[in-house]
Design a binder for this molecule. Structure first.
Ligand SMILES: CC1=C(CCC(=O)O)c2cc3nc(cc4[nH]c(cc5[nH]c(cc1n2)c(C)c5CCC(=O)O)c(CCC(=O)O)c4C)C(CCC(=O)O)=C3C
Ligand SMILES: [Fe+2]
Length: 377
């Protein structure tokens, strides 16, 4: 227990904002319809992704992972004397954001600080949630709680540290399994997005001109650099590493970020490397993209190629990540009070913004769609 409880005013609640996932086989199709409505995803891709869910009993792990995170976060806040009720709302599945905001209003919440289960800057991981919050807030109307958010946390030390420990442990495991762990490759993996979405990521308007862009890839590269150098320090071996992508979707003629993790494993194996460690740095918990696209598909590719394979856990409910969330809340509250708190960040990039600048991560399909938590209006 801290001798003095940190000040979290002006907030009276915490809101976890997430993606949502199906809980039973009958949920899978309606969930996929929610996710892809108006997004031009080919039918064949949906059938394929539906099969990923059905192969895990029609249930995504993501909702239970959020329930677990909330349970440990509740203990974390309480043990530091922070008295903030925790709410949870999703974009694509129950509990939906609109219902959650309605409940918050009913409970008398006036101003909440939110966190998205997405660590990086992109339309999918940021502005789209901001649009969802605008829509939910507008649906509630009068008395909807005022909302803020914590900064993007990709470079918070508490997000990065679990990956470093996980990679060191994975290398040791490969060694015990008879692989040459000094020669193993580090393969950093994140969700692919359309090239155009990456180009718009972090791009925003300053005095009428657009500046920035490609923040999604830049942030991932920065995190990969930091983790690779910390792993090198811990193990005394510098290993080559690469940032690659999984879960590509959309029509084939639309370019998405490459290389795909499976293609990368092919070229790694062809170059004579014997083992890989996959670090899913794009993901906060071991949800479907991780357990299917990496643990099932990429692992099968590695086996076919005769590559030793180890996958590092995501931060999930790691104590350092949970502490980071508490610190981010305290930090954001201080910023809301116009104080200048310490904003810890590792790597070459500065701490991310707490209020998105004008036009940031443009919605390329529906330009100008309103969003909360930014300086747009
Ligand atoms: C950047 C990014 C993240 C990481 C940041 C974050 O975490 O937010 C993420 C996370 C997730 N994506 C998820 C699931 C899906 N994503 C899809 C489709 C898409 N994702 C995209 C991007 C991202 N997605 C994009 C550009 C599309 C194309 C359609 C569109 O432009 O919106 C589809 C439709 C089928 C398909 O097209 O693959 C599904 C089912 C789940 C839930 C997993 C579970 O159930 O355990 C999670 C956490
Ligand atoms: Fe996705």
């Amino acid at each position: 227990m801290d001798p003095v409880a940190p000040d979290t005013s002006p907030y009276d609640a915490f809101l976890l904002v997430s993606f949502g996932g199906p809980e039973q086989p009958d949920d899978v199709v309606p969930f996929l319809e929610n996710v892809t409505r108006g997004r031009g995803i080919p039918k064949e891709r949906l059938v394929e992704v539906g099969e990923h869910y059905f192969s895990f009993g029609g249930r995504s792990p993501i909702n239970d992972q959020n329930r677990d995170l909330i349970a440990v976060l509740r203990l974390e806040l309480a043990s530091h004397g922070i008295d903030l009720p925790i709410y949870w709302g999703n974009r694509n599945w129950d509990p939906y954001l609109t219902d959650t905001l309605a409940q918050m209003r009913e409970d008398g919440v006036e101003r909440a600080v939110s966190l998205f289960t997405s660590a990086y800057t992109s339309y999918s991981g940021c502005r789209q949630y901001r649009e969802n919050l605008y829509d939910a807030s507008t649906a509630i109307g009068e008395g909807a709680p005022r909302l803020d958010r914590v900064r993007h946390y990709f470079n918070h030390p508490g997000f990065v540290a679990p990956f470093v420990d996980g990679a060191v442990a994975a290398l040791e495991q490969l060694g015990r399994d008879g692989h040459d762990s000094d020669a193993a490759r580090l393969v950093f993996v994140t969700h692919s997005i359309p090239d155009a979405m990456n180009a718009a990521s972090g791009r925003h308007v300053v005095e009428g001109a657009e500046v920035g862009g490609e923040a999604y890839v830049r942030e991932h590269r920065d995190v990969a650099d930091v983790i690779a150098s910390q792993v090198a320090e811990r193990t005394g071996v510098e290993r080559p590493y690469e940032l690659v992508y999984c879960s590509r979707s959309g029509p084939p003629q639309v370019p998405w970020l490459e290389p795909d993790v499976n293609d990368h494993l092919e070229s790694v194996a062809a170059s004579g490397v014997g083992a890989v460690v996959l670090l899913p740095i794009g993901f906060v918990s071991d949800h479907m993209e991780v357990i299917y696209d990496l643990d099932t598909e990429a692992k099968a590719t590695a086996e076919r190629l005769g590559l030793g394979f180890a996958r590092v856990p995501t931060p999930g409910v790691d104590a350092r990540f949970v502490a980071a969330i508490r610190e981010l809340v305290v930090e954001r509250a201080a910023l809301a009070r116009d104080e200048a708190p310490d904003q810890p960040a590792v790597g070459a990039l500065p701490p991310g913004w707490n209020v998105c600048p004008v036009g940031c991560c443009a919605n390329l399909r529906e330009p100008g769609r309103p969003a909360l938590l930014g300086s747009d209006r």
